[in-house]
Design a binder for this molecule. Structure first.
Ligand code: PNW
Length: 459
């Protein structure tokens, strides 16, 4: 029996500007903090960078045709802020906007619905230099001006916007390089601008990021045409109940709500939790007006879902749940952080509905890196990605069949690309990219994706 998705479900793929475009200094684009970071020796694996990346800026027509060929019905791309405003604010650069305008036309002609992300971490360098980036409310305000401008300019054709991609990743990684324990090994996750702030300072950065989101939502509504829809794309940390029984499920919900306090919880509830405010170190500073802005009503929520945050069971003492560390032998995908549990794809949207009453949910990212090689016949047999996708989408279908309102899925990623500090080593694409020739080859998983999209089902 086919495990079908609801009628109208979007079968999408996702990318981000810095990871695929290249053309880092063309047509008037200003430098971003990722240009600066990747140009600094020792920051990225093999000192690689996104100067050329996939050359998508010049190959977007071919890339749209490839997406169409593999059954994509929606595309989530990001707009590089420093292409539109080279110094973050002031006079817009028409050539920058023109690139996205041509991309959007190409997508619509191919029958692919465009979903634009406005911030996927490539902050204009000028705003870092002038204001310390998201350490200042000035960056949040500039972000809203830029977001409103884009909605005004592209709003006749782009109806869906995600404000910010993964608040958690760029704030924690960029402003407080973090040491993460994965399977007993300690690895450092981080990125631009590569600072090490105190906990209280970090809380202020989080606050400005969610405030920037709220201000952007208001600007998009004010300046975009009627019918423009907006939400965020956050890397939710999901607590997975050890047993699927009511008291465990309740414990997991409490844990998820608390562990997302600085991002998801404040954006959806308009308040910081008592525990978050009581943490040692203090912060953040905020006003009630700011909280109202942060919690501006949304049309949908986007969640990036890769791995379980942790496992929980109920406890008698406060906070009512107990966190269970992930076993060292837990199965993993290729990225060092990528603990594998497909059931997180069930629990993540389920908890969005049960904790916050979400009525329209997009999976804005899900995918994995695998060790892909071109076989003698020229094909790429990524059987592990096929396994991963079938298992994850099976769990997503389980959620939709129980009435969880998931309206679409965006696979990360359309193509292999620049994977931040892992450089070009970790391949997440449905389409293989030879980074010497920039030749593109759809993988075995693309065949699976096309079949699933056509059937609107787990196949
Ligand atoms: C996301 N984790 O980052 C980003 O949005 C993408 O730009 C990136 O290429 C993709 O996922 C794959 O990494 C993540 O530790 C970084 O769980 C870290 C985690 C998840 C997502």
């Amino acid at each position: 029996m086919q495990r079908r998705f609801p009628e109208g479900f979007h079968w999408g793929v996702a990318t981000s500007a810095y990871q695929i475009e290249g053309a880092w200094d063309e047509d008037g684009k200003g430098p971003s903090i990722w240009d600066t970071y990747a140009h600094t020796p020792g920051k990225i694996r093999n000192d690689e960078n996104g100067d050329l990346a996939n050359g998508h800026y010049h190959r977007y027509e071919e890339d749209v045709a490839l997406m169409k060929g593999i059954g994509t019905t929606a595309y989530r791309f990001s707009i590089a802020w420093p292409r539109i405003f080279p110094t973050g604010s002031g006079k817009p650069n028409p050539k920058g906007l023109d690139f996205y305008s041509r991309l959007v036309d190409q997508l619509l002609a191919a029958g692919i619905e465009p979903f634009a992300t406005l911030y996927h971490w490539d902050l204009p360098q000028t705003l870092q230099d002038k204001h310390g980036g998201w350490q200042s409310v000035e960056t949040a305000k500039a972000f809203a001006d830029y977001a409103g401008y884009v909605a005004e300019q592209l709003g006749d054709r782009v109806k869906h916007y995600f404000t910010i991609n993964e608040f958690r990743s760029f704030v924690e990684g960029g402003y407080q390089l973090v040491d993460v324990k994965v399977g007993g090994k300690t690895i450092q996750l981080g990125g631009a601008p590569g600072l090490r702030l105190s906990d209280a300072e970090l809380k202020q950065v989080r606050h400005h990021a969610v405030l920037g989101h709220g201000l952007a939502v208001q600007a998009i509504r004010a300046r975009g045409p009627a019918g423009t829809r907006v939400g965020f794309a956050e890397n939710i940390r999901v607590a997975v109940p050890i047993v699927d029984a009511p008291e465990y499920v309740a414990a997991a919900e409490a844990a998820t709500r608390e562990r997302n306090a600085g991002f998801m919880t404040v954006m959806l509830e308009g308040r910081y939790t008592d525990e978050y405010l009581a943490e040692a170190g203090g912060g953040p500073r905020f006003t009630d007006d700011e909280l109202d802005t942060i919690a501006s009503p949304l049309d949908f929520v986007g969640i990036n879902v890769y791995r379980p945050g942790w496992y929980v069971e109920p406890a008698d003492e406060p906070p009512g749940y107990r966190e269970i560390p992930i076993n060292a032998s837990h199965p993993k995908m290729q990225s060092s952080w990528h603990v594998l549990d497909p059931e997180v794809m069930y629990w993540a949207p389920k908890q969005m509905q049960s904790i916050w009453g979400s009525k329209s949910i997009f999976i804005t990212e899900n995918g994995c890196a695998t060790g892909d090689v071109v076989a003698e016949d020229g094909k790429v047999y990524d059987t592990d990605r096929v396994m991963f996708l079938r298992a994850c989408l099976g769990q997503l279908q389980r959620a939709t069949s129980e009435g969880v309102p998931v309206d679409g899925y965006f696979l990360w990623s359309a193509q292999d690309n620049f994977e931040w500090i892992d450089g070009y080593g970790n391949r997440f694409g449905l389409i293989y990219v030879d980074f010497d020739t920039l030749e593109r080859t759809p993988k075995l998983s693309a065949e699976w994706f096309r079949a699933a999209s056509r059937a609107n089902a787990v196949v």
